[in-house]
Design a protein. Structure first.
Length: 103
């Protein structure tokens, strides 16, 4: 924010930096997800991504282009996670067939 008075400008910047470092008033919505320890599989990641995509699509805040770009990015990540989840399932099934009666 431009100020004619240099001291006001300096004070504003100081306060803005303090609040930014403290995580206050950034204007962004903070989304809390499960702890990283709980997200160990691709299916768990898909659940988190589904929630994030739902929130992006349902919100009315922000520009429509930014929301659509964000949703598209999350969906592309979701597609990769689906591929990994499918591979994970197939690998588990293959390991079960190979190990068969050895368990």
């Amino acid at each position: 924010m431009p100020y004619k008075d240099a001291l006001k400008q300096k004070e504003y910047q100081r306060q803005w930096q303090r609040s930014r470092r403290a995580g206050e008033g950034a204007g962004f919505k903070v989304i809390r997800v499960s702890s990283p320890e709980e997200i160990r599989t691709a299916n768990a990641l898909l659940t988190v991504l589904a929630g994030l995509i739902k929130e992006v699509l349902e919100t009315k805040e922000g520009d429509v282009f930014i929301r659509s770009r964000t949703a598209g990015y999350l969906i592309s990540i979701g597609l990769k996670a689906v591929e990994v989840a499918d591979l994970e399932t197939r690998l588990t099934n293959l390991e079960d067939k190979i190990m068969g009666g050895q368990k």
